[in-house]
Design a protein around this ligand. Structure first.
Ligand code: UD1
Ligand code: MG
Length: 454
């Protein structure tokens, strides 16, 4: 672990107009996690000790997301958008408090890896005052170009200000930069706005450092790491790349993904070894699946904990708060929400279990519904260990079914059922001998109306 202290400054004041969305750009999600949270998570993994997030004037939601992801994150507001160096200086108080390394990172680059950030920091440890990430995009239009002499980075020229000659340079600025803490502010405060856009360019830090006889470094990375998201199309491309990474990591950790390209993982999905995921399964945020569990096709999981050797699906939906203990079976067309299914419980077909406990080894029949909502409030259903709920029963909450009790099929249960009792709550069956043949006789005589009662 790096012993140098590190402050990261995340620039997230952009409007994101090209997303055509009411949602601030950095709050759009990739693999169920916001772009900003991806960046902050990478920072934490890279051993960053303090983080400052620079937001625009009306971006309270962005600030809230930053605080929710990294509780210690400091928020600074850039009230006017006057360029990337200006944005960094909005966080000057954080820089003044001192750090060995300072990383500047854009809030819209979700694919950045902690190792890359560590590489930038290593350049600082090797005495660079400024280090930048270079990459070679297929189309360099719009990017700053890295002007080098031999191995040495001299300056960065923005596309808008570059000469024809400079525009032929293939090595472009990825945007992320690192500064030695001791000299960062003196460099940043020397940056002017004498350029086409009249903006304070962070990229001018390189030339300023050179003028001050400090050393600079450029490190090359692949394009995907530094790709910024500006459009919905780029958001979708980032999702594709992120899914490839997550699937690869899940396979390497010992999960079996039968058709990886059809399985969508959340950034925080945890699959233990010997988990089998059949084709076409979607994991939303907050899912953990323990060893030996099988998730069958067309299942959607979110905020759920799946225990050892559990089987879920096909066509099941686990919603937040679903907790399945070991050897539970959840079958087709079953929805579970905010409910614990204790070890060995079975809910095999067509059921809704919400706000409930299903005791160990209980069997919940097809078509069972926990009626948890009365139109105003939610109520709980408690099903005891080894209980048997007959098919097509409605359990009207709040209600308790005792251990080992039976509920007859088609019951509407509104009162508690004691342990080991049988509860039947349905209309009595009426049998009228010969009724059907009398109906057929009437029909043959041309009568249209069926004899309802006799
Ligand atoms: C920047 C780099 C360019 C690099 C490219 C890589 C500069 C001057 N140029 O250009 O060399 O090739 O990224 O993608 O840095 N922001 C603020 N406040 C501002 C301006 C920007 O917070 O006043 C934030 C934006 O929200 C964004 C980031 O800084 O997250 C970069 O700004 P952007 O306008 O996208 O810079 P580029 O023109 O792409
Ligand atoms: Mg940009």
């Amino acid at each position: 672990m790096n012993r140098r202290s590190c402050l990261a400054i995340v620039l997230a004041a952009g409007e994101g107009t090209r997303m055509h969305s009411a949602c601030p750009k950095v709050l759009h999600a990739v693999a169920g996690r916001s772009l900003l949270a991806h960046v902050l998570t990478a920072l934490r993994a890279a051993g960053v000790t303090r983080s400052a997030v620079v937001v625009g004037p009306d971006h309270e939601r962005v600030a809230a997301e930053a605080r929710a992801t990294l509780p210690g994150a400091e928020i600074f507001v850039q009230s006017e958008r006057r360029g990337t160096a200006h944005a960094v200086l909005a966080a000057a108080p954080a820089i003044e408090r001192g750090a060995d390394d300072i990383l500047v990172i854009f809030g819209d680059t979700p694919l950045i890896q902690p190792q890359t950030l560590e590489k930038l920091r290593r350049a600082l440890a090797n005495d660079a005052a400024v280090a930048v990430l270079g990459f070679r995009p297929a189309d360099p239009t719009g990017y700053g170009r890295l002007v080098t002499q031999g191995d040495a980075l001299q300056r960065i020229v923005e596309h808008a200000d570059a000469t024809e000659q400079e525009r032929t340079i293939a090595l472009c600025n990825g945007g992320l930069m690192a500064f030695a803490g001791g000299t960062a502010l003196s460099i940043l405060r020397r940056i002017g706005c004498d350029n086409r856009k009249r903006e304070f360019y962070l990229t001018d830090a390189v030339a300023v450092a050179r003028d001050m006889n400090m050393s600079t470094a450029a490190l090359e990375v692949t394009e995907d790491e530094v790709t910024g998201i500006n459009t919905k199309a780029q958001l979708a491309e980032a999702e594709t790349l992120m899914q490839q990474r997550l699937r690869q990591a899940a396979l390497e950790a010992g999960a079996t993904l039968v058709a990886p390209e059809t399985i969508f993982l959340g950034a925080d999905t945890k699959l233990a070894k010997d988990v089998v995921v059949e084709p076409y399964v979607v994991f939303g945020p907050g899912v953990m699946v323990e060893e030996g569990a099988t998730i069958r096709s067309f299942t959607y999981l979110q905020g759920a904990h799946v225990g050892k050797n559990v089987t879920v699906g096909p066509f099941a939906r686990l919603r937040p708060g679903a907790r399945l203990e070991h050897h539970v079976h959840v079958g087709n067309f079953v929805e579970i929400k905010e409910a614990v299914l204790e070890a060995g419980a079975k809910v095999n077909h067509l059921a809704y279990i919400g706000d409930a406990r299903v005791g160990a080894d209980a069997n919940v029949g097809a078509g069972t519904i926990t009626c948890n909502y009365d139109g105003a409030a939610k109520h709980r259903t408690d099903i005891g260990r080894g209980a048997f709920i007959g098919s097509n029963s409605s359990l009207v909450a709040p209600v308790t079914i005792g251990d080992g009790a039976y509920v007859g099929s088609g019951s509407v249960i509104t009162r508690n059922v004691p342990a080991d009792a049988l509860a039947l709550a349905r209309g009595q069956q009426v049998v009228k001998e010969g009724w059907a043949s009398r109906l057929r006789g009437l029909k043959s005589l041309g009568k249209k109306k069926a004899p309802v009662t006799d």
